[in-house]
Design a binder for this molecule. Sequence first.
Ligand code: ATP
Ligand code: LTN
Length: 332
Amino acid sequence: MKRMLSGIKPTGQLHLGNYIGALSHFVESQEEFEMIAFIANLHCITVPLEPSELQKNLHDCVALYLACGLDPKKSTIFLQTDVKEHAQLGFIMCCHTYLGELNRMTQFKDKQAKGESNLSGGLYTYPTLMAADILLYDADYVPVGEDQKQHVELTRDVAIRMNHRYGDLFKVPEPLIPKVGARIMSLTEPDKKMSKSDETNKGCIYLLDPLEIARKKVMGSVTDSLAKVHYDPELQPGISNLLQILSSLSNNRPIGEIEQEFEGKGYGDFKRAVADVVCAKLEVIQTEYNRITSSDLIETTLQEGAKKAQILAAKKLAQVQQAIGMEIIPKE
Ligand code: ATP
Ligand code: LTN
């Protein structure tokens, strides 16, 4: 069975972009693949966060993994720091990555270009930790949104380089980017991606938003004056984004079919249909979230997940350190 691995770094509350671009695919994939889904809490501290806020985000992220349908019996779910091999292989990866490669990472460059001050060294080397997350488990596929594709490509490059130098150490993973919904845009600024760090809070639908707030955000989303429900991300970015949301949340219903349904109808009707589907999805997730947070499922899931992951990670790390010549007493 092929292995799939992905993680989310909950530096804020999870939103609809995370669900459509990543989480919903983790859930689908667990039927067909061996799924490993972790919470990237080391990645979270690459940006400054209040400890109490971080803790709440981490807790909610596990609860939302489960509420969205990840099943601890089928998938391995764990917290990154519970498997210490991530940090150790992360350093090894860092030592096999060139500065020139890190300098090309657009996520870091974008933050720098925005003039954000005091960016940390951890944020700069973050893609090397991500490479370790993936390569520790010999993952075949990595389902992520469009913004993470470049990091998976760097992972491939470093894996190939190390395989060449030390012999076959790592499986070279492939990114899996969804055809629709890989980049859900902000509802208020449809030229920017929907993001946790949305300052106005109006362009981003959080999975735990009260339903009436989520509805208001959809109804207040920015559209255009062309009065036509048509998919054209250049000319009609707002409407195209809503079409992607509606299609993704209705079992990937073809966008052409949705355009036909709304031919001759106003944007009000279209937005109401999007809001209905969004609220129906959030309602299911939130009901599950409430059930999960009042049980001990989070604790048992993380304990069992870490145990399973650690066995795989320890074996791979030992193999890598031996190949590099770092060990004195060989492990096993
Ligand atoms: P953010 O910009 O909201 O902080 P992120 O991409 O930096 O998000 P994560 O929350 O860890 O960090 O993202 C988890 C997953 O969700 C990744 O696979 C990412 O590609 C995907 N994702 C994030 N935002 C979107 C979006 N707007 N549309 C589609 N997928 C997204
Ligand atoms: N960098 C990713 C989160 C992440 C990840 C990973 C995703 C950390 N490690 C390994 C896939 C595989 C992000 O910011 N979304």
